[in-house]
Design a protein around this ligand. Structure first.
Ligand SMILES: *Cc1c(COP(=O)(O)O)cnc(C)c1O
Length: 353
C-alpha cells in the first residue's frame, strides 16, 4: 500500500515502531519531560514566543477547532469565517452550534482572496477571524499577509487552522500576528491520528481567562496550566505523544527550512511532470502539502478507484459537486522519489486503462 493522501500519510519506520510499543505510565517525571520537550519544540517550529501557551488535546483536528472557537469566542463576539470549502464550512457549523455570531466570506472553487474582497468587511464590528490557512478540500493556500493586515487594522483576533500547512509550508505565528494556531497529528506532522494542538499567544491567553467555560473536556485553561508541568488533565493518547515527540525532534534536527524545502521540491516535481493534456492544476496559490488536479476527462472517481483497486495506491478523492473533477495528491510522508515516479507514470497513462 502507498498513501499519497493528506492524512494519515505514509509514516516513517521509526515512528511506526513507537506506535507498537507499550505506552508508559504517564504521571511520571519522565513522561512530563517528554511533554515539556514537545511544548518547546512545537513553539519553536511555529515561530512563537515561549510566553505562548500550548494545549495538547486527545482528539482529531476538529476537536481542536471546536476547542479554539469555544474558548476564545462567545456570544458577545462576531467572527468572520473564510469559507472556501469543507473545512471553512466546519468552522461555520461550530459557531452555529454554539451561537457565536458569525458571517462568512464565501469563496467558490477557484476564487481567491484579495484586498478588494477583504475591504468589504472593514469596520463591520468583527472581533475575530477564523481561517483554514490551507483549505485542504481544494488545495488553496490563502495569503496570510493580506489576512493578517486585515485583522490588525480591524483589531480582530486571528485564529488559524494550520492543520494541513504546518510542516508543509512556512508558518510564522508571531511574525504574522497570528493569535491562535490549530494543529493535528496526522497531516503535515505525519504521525498517527489522535492528538490535536491549540497554541495561543499571551494576549489571547488573557482573553480566554475571562471567557465563559462552556465545555469541560476542552476547557483550554486546564490544559495550559497542566502543560506547564508537562501534564494533561486527562489521559493523553500516550503512544501518539511519543510519535509526535520523535517527529518534532527529527524535523528540528534537519532544520525546519531545509525540511520544508524537501517537501516543496516534491510538490514542484509532481506539478512539473504530471501530463497537462490530462490534468489541469488550478491557478490559485497552492500549499506544498498537496496538489489538486482537475481531471480533464471528468473521470476522477474512476482514477481514484483504479489506483486503489489495481495498484493499492491511495490519493484523496473529494465528495460533492467536484467528485468527478478533482483529485488531491499528497506530498508529505515517507515515500521515495521512485514511488512518486510510479504514481506520476500511472496517472499519465490513464487513457490506456
Ligand atoms: C484534516 C483537517 C482538519 C481536521 O479534520 P479531522 O477529521 O478532525 O482530523 C481540520 N482542518 C483542516 C484544514 C484539515 O485539513
Amino acid at each position: 500500500m502507498k498513501l499519497f493522501t493528506v492524512g494519515p500519510v505514509e509514516m516513517e519506520q521509526s515512528i511506526l515502531e513507537l506506535g507498537g510499543k507499550q505506552p508508559p505510565y504517564f504521571r511520571t517525571e519522565e513522561f512530563s519531560s517528554i511533554m515539556l520537550n514537545v511544548n518547546s519544540l512545537m513553539k519553536s517550529l511555529v515561530f512563537t514566543d515561549k510566553s505562548s501557551k500550548l494545549a495538547i488535546l486527545t482528539s482529531s483536528g476538529t476537536g481542536a477547532m471546536e476547542a479554539a472557537v469555544l474558548n476564545v469566542f462567545s456570544s458577545l463576539d462576531k467572527v468572520l469565517i473564510i469559507n472556501g470549502g469543507g473545512f471553512g464550512q466546519r468552522f461555520s457549523e461550530i459557531c452555529e452550534r454554539y451561537n457565536i455570531p458569525f458571517e462568512e466570506l464565501i469563496l467558490n472553487f477557484g476564487e481567491q482572496i484579495n484586498e478588494d474582497l477583504l475591504e468589504r468587511y472593514d469596520n463591520r464590528g468583527f472581533s475575530g477571524m477564523l481561517v483554514n490557512i490551507h483549505e485542504t478540500s481544494t488545495g488553496q493556500l490563502y495569503p496570510i499577509n493580506l489576512i493578517a493586515n486585515f485583522c490588525k487594522r480591524n483589531k480582530m483576533l486571528l485564529v488559524v487552522d494550520a492543520i494541513s500547512s504546518f510542516l508543509a509550508d512556512p508558518y510564522y505565528m508571531d511574525l504574522n500576528s497570528i493569535d491562535v494556531t490549530i494543529i493535528s497529528s496526522n497531516k503535515g506532522l505525519a504521525v498517527s491520528p489522535g492528538l490535536a494542538f491549540v497554541l495561543v499567544n499571551k494576549k489571547t491567553y488573557e482573553k480566554i481567562q475571562d471567557n465563559p467555560k462552556l465545555t469541560f473536556y476542552f476547557d483550554l485553561q486546564k490544559h495550559f496550566i497542566d502543560l506547564e508541568r508537562g501534564q494533561t488533565p486527562y489521559t493523553p493518547a500516550i503512544s501518539v505523544v511519543m510519535q509526535v515527540h520523535e517527529r518534532l525532534k527529527q524535523v528540528d534536527e534537519i532544520g525546519i527550512e531545509r525540511y520544508l524545502d524537501l517537501i516543496q521540491k516534491r510538490a514542484c516535481y509532481f506539478r512539473k511532470y504530471i501530463d497537462p493534456s490530462k490534468y489541469e492544476i488550478p491557478k490559485f496559490p497552492l500549499s506544498n502539502m498537496l496538489t489538486p488536479v482537475i481531471c480533464k476527462g471528468s473521470n476522477a472517481g474512476g482514477i481514484y478507484r483504479k489506483l486503489k483497486n489495481d495498484l493499492n495506491i491511495f490519493v484523496n478523492p473529494i465528495g460533492g459537486a467536484l467528485e468527478e473533477k478533482l483529485l488531491r495528491i499528497g506530498h508529505v510522508g515517507s515515500f521515495t522519489d521512485k514511488d512518486l515516479d510510479v504514481l506520476i507514470e500511472e496517472l499519465n497513462q490513464i487513457e490506456s486503462w
